[in-house]
Structure formats: structure tokens, C-alpha cells
Design a protein around this ligand. Structure first.
Ligand SMILES: Cc1cc2nc3c(=O)[nH]c(=O)nc-3n(C[C@H](O)[C@H](O)[C@H](O)COP(=O)(O)OP(=O)(O)OC[C@H]3O[C@@H](n4cnc5c(N)ncnc54)[C@H](O)[C@@H]3O)c2cc1C
Length: 541
């Protein structure tokens, strides 16, 4: 049991959504004791996110989870096409084709210029992902997972932090730890306890969301001249209606602006357009927000995931940004608790991740404005068999052909984020522009190391361990012994890796790269300068 009889552990994680669960698993595999508390008595079968993006899948690959997640998620051969429709039994107004996981894999296998991720995205519903991550966390010896346990309040001092929690029996008790991480979602109690505000645009639109069990819809597609298999079906109406296939292909969700929850049954039937057997399993309301926390840290308490940033799901940057937070914080907590990390490591968490949160709120705004723009082309005559009706359909589909892509083509935001001004990254002034839509591979300090295949068909990412790595490329003769000695003397996990293949040297542009445990670049060059200073900077000392 990681939190002993006196209720002590190293890290308390509040909230077992995908972000808290990912953090618990990564801390556990790094040998850090943690206690994850969740107010729900068990994971719920409620719809929310359904797409792990390519970067999240790269992260899960490093955690040894990618194949398990794919096995539990949508089968690999289903296209991820997005359609604009009037109804599912009518010819689509627009089809935006996107590759299945199998097709993406083939594209990735053929790409050698660093421009593609190592892993394609994966469609997996949040209600499938959470139990999977929960089982992983529970299997780790250092991790205690407690459902039915509500976080109430916290206190902290120089030595540690204490969480007051209420268990299922209604009794309040304390858990003391060195750090607390609030992964408790948009209405985070942890955030309120440490007095941090969310700022931005709240309550932009209120929609209803419903979950349906509809076992035959997927097999029946296309219905007549209607759209084929795909992932999202946006209905060209004035209610922002939007149908999403879930990972089993037998469950579907629909979002729409309706007056009453019950209206979601008729809305589903109207969208499908033909009689079909289904059960409506759940209806709830949710609001669109574009909000960012002023700070991500107060002393020993950190925020990660939706507690720190709320985006419109357009663009799929909600959970995926949160997984990035978890993975940035995890190794820094490990380093600090195990004594090899200096104070700038934890300091860098807010600096690095808040700028990504800020950019991703911007990316989400950009995508949702695009969606609003094509929806504004709707006119009540859209179904009419008249020249005016045809003109409305043409205008809407032409606008959507430009504007809807902003939601579905976010590879720059997903892979291209780079930590600017971080105290644990060597400062190279300038740096490439941050692009939402386009990913241009770079090893600029602070960036994620681009994926490159080696001559033996393996991925360079897979050769890099969980600690710091010095990459020696291009058959360099540079003397790196002083840097290797300096890194080893810190007590941090460290390896020097020599790769003679030409591809990495070509893509990365330098002979030497010092990488952090999360695959971001600390430094690049052809000769080592002040090795002691570089090691100290990398370790946040
Ligand atoms: C319709 C919809 C579609 C979406 N699609 C996508 C998508 O495709 N891709 C994507 O990346 N994101 C998507 N998102 C966003 C995504 O669902 C969220 O970003 C994600 O759930 C955030 O994860 P989290 O772990 O930070 O918070 P949450 O999932 O909100 O989890 C927080 C957890 O904390 C618990 N908790 C709260 N308070 C307490 C307390 N006091 N004590 C103990 N436990 C507590 C809650 O019960 C909950 O389990 C979508 C969201 C919606 C609404």
C-alpha cells in the first residue's frame, strides 16, 4: 500500500479522468509512490472525448500502452472521414477523407523526413480509456487508486501538503504528501482551494449531448446515397447538430442545441433519416468554454488537464493537452522526489505547459470560428429543390471545404509545440513559428524530437530510454566524455546513444543532441562547450 497507515504518500492526484490516470500510471512506472483519489464510485459509461491524437499515442507507446489502447479502441481499418450532411440517408454535401489507422501506418512507414509522428491517432471513447488506465494504475506497486473518495480541501507548508478527503462511508480524513496535483476537471476544487482563476471566454454555447446504442447503423452505411463509414457527421442545420461514431461502432453520440433533453430522441431520428432500432442511454448538457488558468502551480500544488485549461472539443485538444501536462510533470516530480532534480525542474512545469495551454486555447478558437463560419451559411431553404436551395447547399459546402478542415487538420498543434523561455532548455533565440495546421520537423531546443526510422526498420524513439539521453550522430568524433561524466555525476538516469545511420543526422541537423526524459530537446550542437553548465541547466539546478 503506497499510502501507509498514517495516510502518507509522495504525490496525491485528485481526479481519475484520463489526465489523472495517465499521471498515476507514469509516476508508478517511474517508481514514485502516489495516491489517486476519485469522487465517483467507479468509472462511468458517459461519452466525452473519443480521439487520442498522434502525440498522445506516442506518449502511450513510451508507457507501453499503445497496443492495449488500440486493441480496446476502434478497429484499425475504419476510415476517419468527416462529412457534412443533411441526413444520413441523403447524399452528403461534403466529404473530407481522412485515413484509417492502417492507412496512416502505411504513410508513416514510408516517410523518412521526420514529418510524421511515430504513432497515428486512435479513436477510443473516454469510457473505454478510463477503465483501461485504471487497471494499469492498480497493477503498479507504488500506486493506490481510491474511487468513492472526494477531495475536500488542502493545506501546505515547507515540508509537505495535506489533502482532506471524504471516503465512501462519509468519513473525512487526511492524506499527507510532498505534492498534490489537481486533475479534477473544469470545476476543480483543487484550483479553487489555491485561489487560481480561469480566464477567457466562458459559456460560449450550451448544447445537449446524448449517447445511443444503435447496433445496426454502422453496418447499414451507406444508407441509399448517404455518407459512408466515417467518424464525424455534421448536420447542416441551425442547431449545431453533430453525430459522432464511438469506438465500438455500435454506440453513437449526438450533440445539438435543443430545448429539452427529451428532444434528443427526435433529433437522432431526424439525423438518421430512416427508421432504426436504438436506445438512448444518456442525455446531458455541456457548455463550450475557452479558458486558461492564470497559474498552474501554487507551492506544492499543481494543476493539470481541464482544471488548468478548457477548450472547445473542436480540434480534439482537450484531453490530449492534458496528457501532455501529465507527462511533463511526471518526470519532474520523479526527479525532485528522487533527489537528482534541481528547483528549476518543477518551476519549468508552469512555464512550459501554460504556453501550450494558451496556444491550444487559441487553436481551438481558430477551429471553432471556422465551424461557425460554415454554419452561418445555413439558410432555411437548404433542402429545397430550387436554384436558391442549390445555391445555399453550394455556398455551405464550399465554405465548409475550407473552414471545417481547421478542426480536423491540427498536426502542428499536436506535434509542433516547443517550450520557449524554459529554464531547463538552452536558449537559442528565434525559433520557428508555432503553426496549428502544419508540422515542420525541428530540433530547436524545447521541441519534441522528430520521429525517424533507422536502417534496421526500428524507430529511433524506441531506442531512447526514460532518462536523459545524449545522442551522438553522423559518426561524430566529438569528445563528449566531459558531458557524459557531468551527467552521470548528477545521479540522474542517463545514457549516451551512438547512431551511425544517416537519416537522423540529416533530419536533426546536428551531431549531438541532449534529450530530456520526455523526448524534448535540451540542447543541440556539434561540439560540447561548458559540460558542467549544460548538465546543471538540464537538471534544473
Ligand atoms: C463532447 C466532448 C467531446 C470531447 N472530445 C475530445 C476529444 O476527442 N479529444 C480530446 O482530447 N478531448 C476531448 N474532449 C475534452 C476531454 O473530454 C477533456 O479535456 C478531458 O476529459 C479532461 O480530462 P481530465 O482528466 O483533465 O478531467 P476530467 O475528465 O473532467 O476528469 C476529472 C475527474 O476528477 C473527478 N473529480 C472532480 N472533483 C473531484 C473531487 N473534489 N474529488 C475527487 N475527484 C474529483 C471527476 O469525477 C472526474 O472523474 C471532449 C469533451 C467533450 C465535452
Amino acid at each position: 500500500m503506497p499510502d501507509n497507515a498514517a495516510g502518507q504518500t509522495d504525490v496525491v492526484i485528485v481526479g481519475a479522468g484520463p489526465v489523472g490516470l495517465t499521471l498515476a500510471v507514469d509516476l508508478g512506472r517511474r517508481g514514485v509512490r502516489c495516491t489517486l483519489i476519485e469522487q465517483k464510485s467507479a468509472p462511468e459509461f458517459l461519452p466525452k472525448m473519443e480521439r487520442c491524437n498522434a502525440r498522445t499515442m506516442e506518449i502511450y507507446r513510451r508507457m507501453g500502452l499503445a497496443e492495449k489502447i488500440r486493441a480496446a479502441g476502434l478497429q484499425a481499418d475504419v476510415p476517419m472521414d468527416v462529412y457534412i450532411v443533411l441526413a444520413m440517408n441523403e447524399p452528403p454535401l461534403l466529404r473530407l477523407p481522412y485515413p484509417s489507422v492502417s492507412d496512416s501506418r502505411a504513410q508513416i512507414a514510408a516517410s523518412h523526413d521526420g514529418s510524421m509522428p511515430l504513432e497515428p491517432y486512435q479513436l477510443i471513447s473516454q469510457y473505454t480509456l478510463e477503465p483501461l488506465l485504471k487497471a494499469e494504475a492498480e497493477a503498479l506497486p507504488g500506486v493506490s487508486v481510491r474511487y468513492g473518495c472526494e477531495f475536500l480541501s488542502l493545506s501546505q507548508d515547507a515540508a509537505g501538503a495535506t489533502a482532506t478527503v471524504r471516503d465512501a462511508g462519509g468519513e473525512a480524513h487526511e492524506i499527507t504528501a510532498r505534492y498534490i496535483v489537481g486533475c479534477d476537471g473544469g470545476s476543480s476544487t483543487v484550483r479553487k482551494q489555491i485561489g487560481i482563476q480561469l480566464r477567457g471566454e466562458g459559456n460560449l454555447l450550451r448544447l445537449h449531448q446524448a449517447l445511443y446504442y444503435c447496433p445496426t447503423l454502422y453496418e447499414r452505411l451507406p444508407i441509399g446515397d448517404g455518407p459512408g463509414h466515417g467518424r464525424h457527421y455534421h448536420v447542416a442545420d441551425n442547431q449545431a447538430t453533430f453525430l459522432i461514431m464511438q469506438d465500438s461502432t455500435r454506440h453513437w453520440t449526438l450533440h445539438a442545441v435543443v430545448d429539452r433533453p427529451d428532444d434528443m430522441a427526435a433529433q437522432f431520428e431526424r439525423t438518421i433519416g430512416v427508421p432504426i432500432d436504438y436506445q438512448m442511454l444518456y442525455v446531458g448538457a455541456w457548455k463550450q468554454n475557452l479558458l486558461l488558468a492564470d497559474r498552474y502551480r501554487a507551492g506544492r500544488v499543481f494543476l493539470a488537464g481541464d482544471s488548468a485549461h478548457l477548450v472547445i472539443p473542436t480540434g480534439g485538444l482537450g484531453m490530449n493537452t492534458g496528457v501532455g501536462d501529465a507527462i511533463d510533470l511526471s518526470w519532474k516530480l520523479q526527479a525532485t522526489l528522487q533527489g537528482w532534480g534541481g528547483p528549476h525542474l518543477l518551476e519549468s512545469y508552469e512555464i512550459e505547459r501554460r504556453q501550450v495551454g494558451d496556444r491550444n486555447v487559441g487553436a481551438s478558437r481558430y477551429a471553432s470560428l471556422g465551424r461557425r463560419k460554415w454554419r452561418a451559411a445555413y439558410r432555411p431553404d437548404i433542402r429545397e429543390a430550387t436554384p436558391a436551395g442549390q445555391a445555399t447547399r453550394d455556398r455551405l459546402s464550399q465554405t465548409a471545404n475550407v473552414e471545417q478542415r481547421k478542426t480536423n487538420e491540427m498536426i502542428g498543434a499536436e506535434l509542433g509545440y516547443r517550450y520557449v523561455g524554459s529554464p531547463i532548455v538552452v536558449d537559442e533565440p528565434g525559433g520557428p513559428e508555432h503553426l496549428f495546421r502544419e508540422y515542420v520537423p525541428t530540433t530547436w531546443p524545447g521541441a519534441r524530437l522528430p520521429h525517424v526510422w533507422l536502417e534496421d526498420g526500428t524507430a529511433l524513439h524506441d531506442r531512447i530510454g526514460d532518462g536523459y539521453t545524449l545522442l551522438r550522430l553522423g559518426r561524430t568524433s566529438a569528445d563528449t566524455s566531459c558531458l557524459e561524466r557531468a551527467m552521470r555525476a548528477t545521479g540522474a538516469p542517463f545514457a549516451a546513444l551512438t547512431i551511425d545511420d544517416e537519416a537522423p543526422r540529416q533530419v536533426y541537423g546536428y551531431d549531438l543532441l541532449l534529450l530530456r526524459p520526455d523526448l524534448h530537446v535540451v540542447w543541440r550542437g556539434n561540439e560540447v562547450g561548458d559540460a558542467q553548465a549544460l548538465a546543471a541547466l538540464a537538471l534544473g539546478r
